[in-house]
Design a protein around this ligand. Structure first.
Ligand code: NAD
Length: 275
């Protein structure tokens, strides 16, 4: 078992970030952090498949076209997929690999996620399972389906350079106060440890890493009461929220040869919040 070496470490550093000829899948790529991750990958040259869950495919197609424009016309396609369904995810990965990657896949970003707050003593079974189904099981189905393609490519003589990136969270490392996010926190902590486990098991054909954002200005933050948000934001040493576009460089870094020796890592991007 061996992690592949950098293919050309002596080349100028900008070329280490080049994703031309690569194919990526980003779940939840039509808005927020996933949208910016997809945009970053396309700007670095990758062809990208994004997923959506809404009933409006036309809107998702428009988003794909906008990302493609940012990426100088590189192929970007939108696919409907509910990550809770293993069958859906397997079909997405096979279809996107065929249609976007011409049979090849290099990068997957397991980003789709939900947030909610319920008192732990009253947490209902349906809500609890929903959180784990999307944030933890959905992330695993996504990584597993991609890993099967990566392994197949290795057996067929490929270079073993798959990259799996999970969007975890600082909530997988610490507990925000005030707090009613037990299921969310646990789901993200599980993802961080899952990434470490998979990085060892899949070292021959994929690097597996997490990005753990702090507070990012997306629709997700609106789920929480205003007074909680005020309290959390007052605790960020950076004294401001992060824009989702400030994360795209991190996704490109972990997707590319620039991070060739990085696996099993959790990259925290939080304006100093977890210090
Ligand atoms: P968002 O609500 O804007 O985006 C969430 C995305 O996940 C959407 O595209 C949505 O369609 C998709 N999604 C939800 N359920 C799905 C399902 N069952 N199947 C497929 N897709 C589904 O929020 P965001 O902030 O962009 O969140 C993206 C990721 O970042 C999430 O995993 C979230 O937990 C994580 N995160 C967000 C923050 C933050 O402050 N915004 C901080 C840390 C981590």
């Amino acid at each position: 078992m061996v992690l592949p070496e950098h293919s050309n470490p002596g080349a100028p550093v900008f070329s280490h970030f080049n994703l031309a000829g690569k194919t990526a899948i980003v779940t939840g790529g039509t808005r927020g952090i996933g949208l910016e991750a997809a945009r970053g990958l396309a700007e670095a040259g990758a062809k990208v498949a994004i997923t959506y869950t809404s009933t409006d495919p036309a809107e998702a197609d428009e988003t794909a076209a906008a990302i493609s424009k940012s990426g100088n016309g590189v192929l970007v396609k939108a696919y409907r997929c509910d990550v809770k369904s293993r069958i859906d995810v397997e079909a997405l990965v096979e279809k996107a690999t065929k249609e976007v990657g011409d049979g090849k896949l290099d990068i997957v970003v397991a980003n789709a996620g939900i947030a909610a707050h319920f008192s732990a003593i009253e947490y209902g079974e349906k809500e609890w399972r929903e959180m784990l189904d999307v944030n933890f099981h959905g992330a695993f189905w996504t990584a597993q389906a991609a890993a099967r393609v990566f392994e197949r490519q290795l057996r067929a003589g490929g270079d073993g350079r798959g990259s799996i990136i999970f969007t975890a969270s600082v909530s997988g490392i610490l507990v925000n106060v005030p707090q009613q996010q037990s299921a969310y926190n646990a789901s993200k902590a599980a993802v961080i440890h899952l990434a470490k486990s998979l990085s060892v098991e899949w070292v021959d054909f994929a690097r597996v890493n997490c990005i753990s954002p702090g507070f990012i200005a997306t629709d997700m933050l609106a789920v929480h009461p205003e007074e909680w948000r005020k309290k959390w934001f007052s605790m960020i040493p950076a004294s401001r929220l992060c824009q989702a576009s400030e994360l795209k460089g991190a996704y490109v870094f972990l997707a590319s040869e620039a991070s060739s020796y990085m696996t099993g890592a959790n990259m925290v991007i939080d304006g100093g919040y977890t210090l």
